[in-house]
Design a protein around this ligand. Structure first.
Ligand SMILES: Nc1ncnc2c1ncn2[C@@H]1O[C@H](COP(=O)(O)OP(=O)(O)OP(=O)(O)O)[C@@H](O)[C@H]1O
Ligand SMILES: [Mg+2]
Length: 414
């Protein structure tokens, strides 16, 4: 079977030389009974390759058992792998077959093999060398005929050096090393994989297909993909389900991939983060303006108190407050700021009680919404009004991109 057929049969996507090489090695080693140590980062496809090896071997009609060695507690792993006799430990009410017995005639896939405790490693070595093992609590030697494929995403040799992994077992398992390339080593496959996954998910969720804009493809390609194919698959699914706009821009893609410090993402990202800054700047500006307003209001209140609560006198002496108070208040056409404010305050001259009431009334009239959302939509409305609805110029004035403005208009239902 050639490489293309294997890919088709096992649903392997990609065409990078490193991936093709791994497929070649897997298909060559499959018919032999050699043990294989598959290395590769998390999510890179180690389990898929263990399947290729089993399915292309003479054992393909025998059982295939995958064991995640890292997920089984140290206290029970021997009994899970090799079985136990009735009464061999508290709670062992029945005798139990281990995976090595069940997998007789087939293949066992030991995932995260570096996590095996040293005692278990010794038992495993014995099976590898002679096919012999003991059930826990038994001294009767059993035999099994199992091919072992192991996988790890850590540097096992490092464990050997630290005394955590038996050197003899390492060499015995590593008869044929098979390294699965990480996604960042085969960037040319990233977009292929994304297209395949997004097409599959569109089918599954009966949603329209996704199209990536060139900057989106660039971002996907340059991301580091620490979770490899699994992560890419998850992100394709998220975008498929959550993204309303089926023409996916670079900016939209950024909402789905984690932010990377010291990233190797292309320029588009930088321009994006610049834009984020501008939006953030607007928010800061709004906050600072609000703080300034608060300070001014406090000053005003302090002066009014000093003047025995006489708002009118204070405002008459400090006309700048009038403008400030009315800066964000829309007045009926034809009314000047000064006029509206002076009317009620002029009446206040009569009694201090009245002035109290009127100040409260005034304050209510000028009370500003402190919600950022309101502020934001206010700013956007103003900018749009100023530029007679021309989004391009409004966006420029606001210091955000037209696309962001468009999104905000939709979000805020302006
Ligand atoms: N080349 C590929 N083409 C298509 N799908 C792939 C490819 N490689 C991996 N996958 C898919 O990616 C997912 C993760 O693969 P797999 O479980 O084999 O990774 P792994 O290396 O065993 O990960 P871990 O170290 O976390 O156990 C699976 O859904 C698998 O089908
Ligand atoms: Mg796995």
């Amino acid at each position: 079977m050639d490489t293309q057929n294997i890919k088709q049969r096992f649903g392997i996507i990609g065409n990078s030389p490193l991936l093709n090489r791994a497929i070649d090695i897997a298909s060559q080693v499959a018919p032999t009974d050699m043990s294989v140590l598959i290395t590769g980062e998390s999510g890179s496809g180690k389990e898929v390759f263990s399947q290729i090896i089993h399915q292309m071997s003479v054992r393909k009609h025998g059982p295939f058992i995958a064991v995640n060695c890292g997920a089984i507690p140290e206290g029970t792993i021997d009994s899970e792998l090799f079985g136990h006799e009735k009464g061999s430990f508290t709670g062992a009410h029945e005798a139990r077959k281990g995976y090595f017995e069940v997998a007789n005639g087939g293949t066992i896939f030991l995932d995260e093999v570096a996590e095996l405790p040293l005692g278990t490693q010794a038992r495993l070595l014995r099976i590898l060398e002679s096919g012999e093992y003991l059930r826990v609590g038994s001294s009767k030697v059993q035999k099994t005929d199992v091919r072992i494929i192991a996988a790890t995403n850590v540097d096992v040799y490092n464990r050997v050096k630290n005394g955590k992994f038996r050197e003899d077992l390492y060499y015995r398992l590593n008869t044929v090393p098979l390294r699965i390339p990480a996604l960042h080593e085969r960037k040319e496959d990233i977009y292929l994989l994304f297209r395949k996954f997004s097409a599959d998910f569109s089918d599954k969720y009966r949603s329209p297909g996704l199209q990536l804009e060139p900057d989106a493809v660039q971002i996907l390609t340059n991301y580091s993909w620490p979770g490899n194919v699994r992560q890419l698959k998850n992100i394709a699914e998220q975008i498929c389900v959550l993204e309303k706009e089926r023409n996916v821009s670079g900016q939209a893609i950024l909402n789905y991939i984690p932010n990377e410090a010291g990233s190797n993402l292309p320029m588009t990202i930088n321009s994006q983060s610049k834009e984020d800054f501008t939006e953030r700047d607007i928010l800061y500006k709004v906050l600072f303006d609000m703080k300034k307003d608060m300070v001014e209001l406090k000053k005003l209140v302090a002066e009014i108190i000093q003047h025995g609560g006489n708002t009118a006198t204070v405002l008459a002496d400090n006309p700048q407050y009038i403008n400030q108070l009315y800066r964000d208040v829309e007045l009926p056409a034809g009314q000047e700021h000064g006029f509206t404010i002076q009317q009620p305050t002029a009446n206040n001259n009569n009694s201090s009680n009245n002035s109290d009431y009127n100040f409260a009334h005034d304050a209510e009239e000028v009370e500003e919404s402190l919600s950022l959302v309101d502020k934001e939509s206010d700013l956007i409305k103003k900018a749009l009004k100023k530029h007679k609805g021309k989004r391009k110029f409004a966006a420029q004035e606001l210091g955000i991109s037209e696309r962001t403005l468009y999104r905000k208009i939709k979000e805020l239902s302006l």
